[in-house]
Design a protein around this ligand. Structure first.
Ligand code: FAD
Length: 342
């Protein structure tokens, strides 16, 4: 394993910002990871664990050590009458895993098709789309504790999953490296077709199966979301805010098209994209960054800008949505500043 100096990260962040890591190590095994974490030359440096960089905004170069987990492999660990348990390396591309599962007719991951990034980030982010979250299929996350090098397995309950949230963003933030994730998939898939335009899209296919479900989700996503290979972005920039019923009713009174998703008896989730659109930002360009013309929740980089430009745009959007609706939009993406903010 080589540790590279002044390593370019343009290919490691989907915004495509031209930044560098002071030091960069791609680790293919747990032993390599332990070796780099315990190396006296590096262990006092700021540390960043980076998967595909599809939920990360780099504002500057990262003056520290970037560790890129590359553990590969998908192995069947166990099975019972209902489920298969698959142990997957943190470096596996998430959508390759979804494809693998769908090909074998194991259900649970199909609605999460085409989400960019690596398997190692899925328990951190609790990725979600089309009515499904990773928490419904994550059995456990195998980790290395950064301070001690100890191996620790977090059960699903210990991951403390929330909306795009987990214990790895809270009590264990920057203290663990996920090396493998064990997923529990159904041998008899139960398809979730109720969300958004999924049912409509499925009418274009001759039958309902895991394969057509995956195709339908991919078709919707390709229509709706910009491809980071063409236009830099990190998917949804903000979380959908959860607000008291009264706030939602006030906003809905002025906008009959506002969709609301009940959370509990007293609060609902609102689509952040619609609030951004109503505040007049959809399709707006500010210098070399902007708000995507079709999807207001996605901020885009047209080339030649920096993470600071994206953050300035995001801050202006947050302010104007707050001024108009009294609702605070929380960022979904991870912002990496220099000096490092971890
Ligand atoms: C076009 C587009 C569409 C998207 N659509 C969705 C969507 O529908 N739903 C959704 O939930 N997300 C979506 N995203 C966001 C993103 O794909 C997910 O958050 C993804 O899980 C990030 O994976 P990554 O490997 O790129 O993570 P990175 O950006 O590399 O890292 C994200 C965070 O996880 C940490 N991390 C990464 N790997 C590890 C590890 N092995 N151990 C410990 N910590 C780690 C990092 O330090 C960082 O804090 C989208 C992004 C894009 C660009």
């Amino acid at each position: 394993m080589e540790v590279h100096s002044h390593y370019p990260l343009k290919q490691f962040n989907t915004f495509g910002f031209d930044v560098h890591a002071g030091l960069f190590a791609a680790v293919g095994t747990t032993d390599e990871l332990l070796a780099v974490l315990s190396d006296k030359r590096y262990c006092t440096l700021p540390l960043l664990i980076l998967g595909g960089g599809s939920n990360s905004v780099f504002c500057d170069d990262f003056d520290g050590l970037v560790v890129h987990p590359q553990m590969t492999g998908i192995e069947k660990q166990a099975e019972d009458a209902e489920f298969v348990y698959l142990r997957v390396g943190a470096g596996v591309v998430w959508d390759d895993f979804v494809s693998y599962a769908v090909q074998r007719n194991w259900g649970g991951a199909e609605n999460l098709s085409l989400i960019p990034g690596r398997v190692g980030a899925t328990p951190v982010q609790n990725i979600g789309a089309y009515g499904v979250e990773a928490k419904s299929i994550i059995h456990q996350a195998e980790c290395i504790l950064i301070d001690t090098g100890e191996r620790r397995v977090f059960s699903n309950a210990e991951c403390a999953f929330g909306y795009r949230d987990s214990v790895f963003k809270r009590a264990w933030k920057n203290k663990t490296v996920v090396t493998h994730v064990v997923f529990r998939l159904r041998k008899e898939p139960v398809l979730q077709t109720h969300y958004g335009h999924v049912a409509d899209e499925l009418k274009n296919y001759p039958e309902l199966s895991l394969q057509t479900m995956r195709q339908a989700i991919m078709a919707i996503r390709r229509r709706k979301l910009p491809d980071p290979a063409e236009t830099g972005n990190a998917g949804s920039f903000f979380k959908n805010p959860v607000v008291p019923n009264e706030t939602a009713m006030r906003i809905a009174a002025a906008d009959p098209h506002l969709a609301t998703y009940p959370v509990d008896g007293s609060s609902v989730k609102l689509p952040a994209g619609r609030l951004i659109e109503l505040a007049g930002w959809k399709g707006r360009r500010v210098g070399n960054v902007g708000v995507h013309p079709q999807q207001a929740l996605v901020l885009v980089h047209y080339g030649g800008a920096t993470g600071h430009d994206i953050i300035a745009l995001a801050t202006a959007i947050q302010q104007s949505v707050y001024d108009k609706f009294g609702v605070h939009l929380e960022r979904e993406v991870n912002v990496i500043l220099n000096p490092p903010n971890n």
